[in-house]
Design a protein around this ligand. Structure first.
Ligand SMILES: [Zn+2]
Length: 468
């Protein structure tokens, strides 16, 4: 896949400008990375990426926890080490031990991380470390070092529904294919080299000290987590964090060395609310299933009976559908993404690394901009988003029907694909509210094959079932 090539390229071409004084008498310098990306572009990119993240993660609305998190974060943000970015902090309902910040300042903390922390200082340490990646412009530098950052930016933008194809080369279903195309694409923004890690540790330690938290809380927590690697890290979901933040030795040791250069002070900062916040986090409802999980085939199922002749069955966690046995079923990338059900040649790779549906079916979940999905309003929001990215798109008024016993809407759409021969495309968009999101099934065909395929689409639609 294009995405993995991209990430690999970053790791290989990254030049690390890092000087680390082992035990010398001089304090180690920490560098703000130079990048061709402007500060405005960096903040804009972070916002686009944040929109994508929030489509795929469950952001918790809980005033007590949010207030606490932002109180610590905004305290740190006032320090000179934070480099005056517009930081904000959100809690994600996910029990893996993880946290990450995006260029320009959006930051996400998993519930699992707060559960794993023993003190408020440890949580503050993770914030300070992640904010340091932002302040030192690490994500932006990794983007800027690639010739193709503009391309990746374009992909992220399209995924967020904010930027469409500029040249009309890639139509609606290319864009739709990227909705939910995976946080994996974010790796370039959130996965760092050892050199960047040390810089973030040292800058983070100085940031903590400046706001009165004990800098050793950060390095001790990190060393504690690193010690849990191996089998234990798999079960706690820690491995993703460990691989994004490779340790380059004993963090506690080099932070302790750095502290020798700080002005003497007592580290007494605390909101005093950590115990109560831990209780609030522990009593949150369990995380909801995400699109990636809902779209994945269930293991160990036997095919349903009464399927149309020559069809095979696809039973995912969120729905079941059958499709012609000479078609292929698969997701756009290994990080998840839309489920494609296509005949030979039914999709094509696009210039910007997306996958464009030409003929066949595609299923995904659309999370509304705010709150839980409703059938009419969220279908309308989805279509408006698609229109923004595709000047050729014409949508008819939706009509009502039932799919798998659930209320559904069918919206007939015409648009153009990137094909030069017969670019016209007819699209049938079916939407159903499921798991507080909009389950959407798309059937696409060029007009010349419409008659031939309409009976296949109808048969597929009749096999759709939902678990309850
Ligand atoms: Zn890091």
């Amino acid at each position: 896949m294009k995405r993995s090539t991209l990430v690999l390229a970053v790791v290989c071409t990254l030049t690390v400008h890092f000087t680390f004084a082992q035990t010398s008498g001089k304090q180690t310098q920490v560098k703000i990375q130079k990048t061709s990306m402007t500060r405005e572009a960096e903040i804009k990119l972070g916002k686009e990426a944040a929109t994508q993240i929030e489509r795929e993660t469950e952001v918790v609305k809980n005033a007590e926890i949010e207030t606490w998190l932002n109180q610590i974060g905004q305290d740190l943000a006032k320090t000179p080490q934070a480099n005056a970015y517009p930081y904000y902090f959100k809690l994600v309902n996910d029990d893996s031990i993880n946290a990450f910040a995006l260029p320009g300042g959006p930051m996400y903390v998993h519930t699992g991380l707060i559960k794993a922390a023993a003190t408020e200082g440890e949580v503050a340490g993770v914030l300070a470390h992640e904010m340091s990646h932002v302040a030192l412009r690490h994500g932006a530098a990794q983007m800027g070092k690639q010739q193709t950052w503009g391309t990746l930016f374009g992909v992220l933008g399209a995924a967020a529904g904010a930027i469409g194809s500029q040249n009309g080369q890639c139509g609606m279903l290319c864009q739709a294919g990227q909705i939910g195309a995976g946080i994996g694409g974010m790796a370039v923004l959130t996965k760092f080299s050892r050199g960047f890690e040390q810089d973030a540790d040292l800058n983070g330690a100085r940031m903590m000290a400046a706001s009165g938290y004990n800098p050793m809380d950060m390095s001790r927590f990190f060393d504690k987590l690193a010690a849990q690697s191996g089998a234990a890290s798999k079960s706690s979901g820690l491995e993703q964090w460990l691989s994004s933040h490779p340790a380059s030795g004993n963090r506690s040791q080099y932070v302790a060395q750095d502290i020798r250069f700080y002005p003497k002070r007592d580290y007494t900062t605390s909101t005093g609310n950590f115990t109560r916040v831990k209780q609030a986090v522990a009593s949150l409802a369990p995380p909801k299933l995400k699109p990636a999980a809902l779209l994945t085939a269930k293991a160990g199922t036997s095919p349903r009976t009464n399927l149309p002749a020559g069809f095979k069955d696809m039973q995912a966690a969120g729905f079941s559908i059958a499709y012609p046995s000479n078609w292929q079923a698969g997701q756009a990338n290994q990080g998840g993404g839309s489920l494609y059900l296509i005949p030979q040649g039914g999709a094509t790779q696009t210039q910007n690394g997306g996958l464009e549906l030409l003929v066949g079916g595609m299923i995904d979940y659309y999370r509304p901009e705010t709150g839980a999905a409703t059938l009419e309003a969220t279908t309308n929001e989805l279509i408006r988003g698609l229109e923004k990215g595709d000047a050729n798109l014409r949508a008819e008024r939706p009509s009502r029907l039932d799919i798998g016993g659930k209320a559904a809407l069918l919206t007939k759409i015409t648009t153009k694909t990137s094909l030069t021969r017969e670019p016209e495309q007819t699209v049938f968009l079916y939407t159903v509210v499921r798991n507080e999101m909009l389950w959407n099934l798309v059937f696409a065909t060029p007009p010349s094959r419409s008659a031939e395929l309409s009976s296949v689409f109808r048969q597929m639609l009749q096999t759709v079932q939902f678990p309850d």
